[in-house]
Write a protein that binds this ligand. Structure first.
Ligand SMILES: Cc1cc2nc3c(=O)[nH]c(=O)nc-3n(C[C@H](O)[C@H](O)[C@H](O)COP(=O)(O)OP(=O)(O)OC[C@H]3O[C@@H](n4cnc5c(N)ncnc54)[C@H](O)[C@@H]3O)c2cc1C
Length: 158
């Protein structure tokens, strides 16, 4: 039997895989002794409300083994070839990660502010109608939509 479970946990709970499995088993009403394998397929941050929660998707296996879907990232020693990435949105950050995996040294250039400072610029834009043209909803560390519900997350159940 294979059962897919979605649970919302506090960050400190979500980082403990044993706790994730415990809560998932409770929700699925499966006994721990019956579990033969599990696969945590997603952990995404939902910071729209306080307290911040982590959406966790986990597949529980009873009487069968989980497929080995994931290749753990293997970082090789960085050599001196540097590659410049313009823009620190999701695409830029992901490209930097991939380059690091391949042993290149990425240099990320971003026109806008750090994500912490962007919050102030966005607040000023909303409250005072003053736009910082370099740092707003679209520009700055984290890229467009950084203050939405989280990157590459869909609310659609389909
Ligand atoms: C208001 C809003 C809400 C959104 N909400 C969601 C959501 O909830 N979930 C979701 O999955 N998607 C959401 N999106 C879509 C998502 O944000 C985009 O698909 C994603 O950001 C695209 O990533 P990107 O890296 O290609 O580009 P961008 O995120 O646009 O990143 C480009 C980066 O390049 C920088 N840049 C631009 N020009 C220069 C330059 N000349 N020099 C240096 N840096 C530069 C910018 O400052 C920016 O940081 C939202 C978008 C917006 C605008």
């Amino acid at each position: 039997m294979i059962k897919k479970i979605n649970i919302k946990l506090l960050p400190q709970e979500a980082q403990d895989d044993n706790l994730v499995v415990k809560y998932a088993l409770e929700k699925a009403q499966i006994k721990k002794s019956d579990l033969t394998d599990f696969l945590i397929t997603k952990k995404s941050i939902d910071s729209r409300r306080i307290p911040v929660k982590i959406d966790v998707s986990i597949t529980l296996y009873v009487g069968e083994k989980a497929p080995s879907l994931y290749n753990p990232i293997k970082f090789t020693k960085a050599h001196n070839d540097k590659i410049v990435i313009v823009g620190m949105g999701p695409a830029g950050v992901f490209a930097a990660l991939k380059l690091l995996e391949c042993g290149y040294t990425p240099i990320l250039i971003e026109r806008g502010e750090k994500v912490e400072d962007r919050r102030k610029s966005v607040a000023t834009m909303i409250r005072e109608n003053k736009i910082n043209e370099e740092s707003n909803y679209c520009y700055g560390e984290g890229g467009a939509g950084a203050f939405s519900d989280g990157k590459l997350f869909t609310r659609s159940k389909k």
